[in-house]
Ligand binder design. Structure first.
Ligand SMILES: [Zn+2]
Ligand SMILES: [Zn+2]
Length: 331
């Protein structure tokens, strides 16, 4: 499980940061959370596979979070996408897509499902797949805004093959039954319980994304015990009043939310363009609040080891345009 920051600027893009988008890569597919203008280019520059994206979650309908959506859908259409695509987000999303389709007299050849979430009042599961669930929670912003947690499902415990051999468990479907937690009966009539050969179930990994928001209890609840929390930090702590007025957070607010939620690692994103030259005011003093806090940047990639085994932070390829030129887009 990993995540790639495709845009980490607030409101307007800068030469260093594009507007908001995060790509979460699970074992089988990728999800985008928000699609700010220019996200398509960021996907190309980051070397991500556009066709692997099967779901797009939109947090709210401020332009810096979804103005890139219609462009991306149009590119899928031009690229003759066949796989279905699911959009999840606040009410208004379907009307927006319909309006743009009518205006441009276009249609999508792939199956596009739009799921609007009009009445999320507390954290609740809004999507379940075989491998992960998505939980949404309402945040505190100038219009209806959702935070999302992508939660991997629990994995079965480790199978102790040596012990199974000793107990005389044959190779074959019996072992699968045990891994699935069911007891088996051996040919001599003795019963082997799953707990004898299978360890404790291992918790799945999770990534929680809270943007845009003023400090709020729902963000903390959504992020409870999460491995990685991406939280907006539009302003430095000294700009607290301005943050309150605009219903955004300071970096200190984000660190406090992470501490309160028991989030293992915090990444600050949605950074105001006023910090183009110097981001140091954002990080000052934060280590006293939360000891694993980093400032996100475009193309930063975070890999989560299995079962709370820590994270590995690197840079995905920000490929210069001349490297990409002439090569067809990966899909
Ligand atoms: Zn924003
Ligand atoms: Zn906003």
């Amino acid at each position: 499980m990993e995540l790639t920051f495709l845009g980490t600027s607030a409101a307007i893009p800068t030469v260093r940061r594009n507007v908001t988008s995060v790509c979460v890569q699970t074992e089988r597919e990728s999800l985008l959370v928000d699609v700010g203008e220019g996200t398509q280019m960021q996907i190309l520059r980051g070397g991500l596979r556009r066709g692997r994206i099967h779901r797009i979650l939109i947090t709210h309908l401020h332009g810096d979070h979804f103005f890139g959506l219609i462009g991306l859908l149009t590119s899928y259409q031009l690229g003759k996408r066949e796989e279905p695509l699911q959009l999840i987000g606040p009410p208004g999303l379907a009307a927006y897509i319909r309006f743009m389709k009518d205006l441009c007299r276009t249609d999508f050849g792939f199956n596009l499902t739009i799921t609007e979430l009009p009445d999320v009042r507390e954290p609740r599961t809004v999507l379940e797949t075989e491998h992960y669930t998505v939980i949404a929670a309402p945040l505190k912003h100038r219009l209806y805004t959702l935070g999302y947690r992508i939660q991997e499902r629990e994995r079965p415990g480790v199978f102790d093959a040596e012990k199974a051999d000793r107990l005389g468990v044959p190779f074959g479907p019996e072992r699968k039954e045990l891994i699935l937690g069911r007891p088996i009966t051996l040919s001599d009539g003795s019963v082997v319980a799953a707990s004898e050969v299978v360890g404790e179930a291992r918790p799945g990994r999770s990534i929680t994304i809270c943007t845009d928001t003023a400090p709020c209890p729902m963000a903390v609840q959504l992020a409870r015990g999460t491995d990685v929390l991406v939280h907006e930090a539009t302003f430095e702590p000294a700009d607290r009043r301005h943050a309150r007025r605009t219903l955004h957070s300071t970096s200190q607010d984000a660190a406090r939310a992470a501490r309160e939620a028991g989030a293992r690692h915090l990444f600050l994103s949605h950074i105001s363009s006023r910090y183009l030259a110097d981001t140091s005011p954002l990080l000052a003093g934060l280590e006293e609040i939360h000891d694993s806090t980093r400032l996100a940047k475009d193309f930063m990639q975070v890999r989560l080891a299995l079962h709370g085994g820590g994270i590995d932070v690197g840079d995905c390829r920000d490929r210069p345009a001349n490297e990409v030129a002439g090569k067809p887009a990966q899909s």
